[in-house]
Design a protein around this ligand. Sequence first.
Ligand code: ZN
Length: 335
Amino acid sequence: MKQPQENSPLCFAKIIGQDKAKKLLQRAVAQGRLSHAFLFKGPMGVGKKTLTRTFAAALNCHKPEGDEPCGQCPSCRKFRSGSHPDFIVIEPDGATIKINQVRELKKALAFPPFEAKLRVALLCDIHTMRREAANSLLKILEEPPDQTMLILTGDEAGVILPTILSRCQTVPFFPLPQAEVAKILTLEAGIEMENAATLAAMAEGSLGRARLLLAKDLLGLRREIVETLLHLEPDTPAAIQALGELAESAAKLKEDLGELLELLTTWLHDLLLFGHGAAGSIINHDLSPTFPAACRRWSGSQLSERLQLLDTARKQLARNCNPTAVCEVLFFGLL
Ligand SMILES: [Zn+2]
């Protein structure tokens, strides 16, 4: 159980975007009318955890300023440093939240809070949960222990069990304005505005995804894969070696491998758009000089087949198949 160690402010007003969620939560703080379980639903990396932390701090602040936490009292200081004993954060262990993690949470919640007026347990990426773990959560979700609020986060695209949905108040989250994401990236990482804008577009308004793309140099690996696919002939020793090496690099991404597959998917979509003369909608602008050659190399139906291969790879990874082997088969198929 770890806590987010972000530099983000402990203040609703300073959090970018999510006006609807902020308004709803601030009203809940001000009126003291609180649901015992919330589901924060929306794309990854748009501020769900940051907002949870601020919400939890506001609920426990000793000297709140209206509906904002003061940021200075002992409780707020612990929320800021990520050391509050009554703010429990559970993130997926590997690909999913496991049933053991839910059992441990239940054990921890059987005791009263250490010091908080309202203890907050945050369960992240609930859409990754298998049915067994989700079922184990249901009872506590229906009737959380005293002085305890559960906040679940889930991806809008993921599947969340109806039994979980029906027990939570859902708060919708939305992609952030891309210009805002780009601005933050230039400030945080000191990168040029043009690159920041490309990253923000690829991350579809998710600051978390944009940071991930940048930190793991996923765009660099995507470019390397695309260029290799464009310049090698199938079934040659050079192709076998180069694609084998790229598969190994890709497999090292571990839980972030899915992001790379997403990037390759957007690239294939871009090629289809380009082939249909709809270049205005493409996302991978930095690769556009290679589009004419790529469209000569692969027909529209071949591009569609390649999109299917990416889908198959995603399913295999979800079933815990060996990532290096999955990537090898995928890259050879894409060639
Ligand atoms: Zn405070």
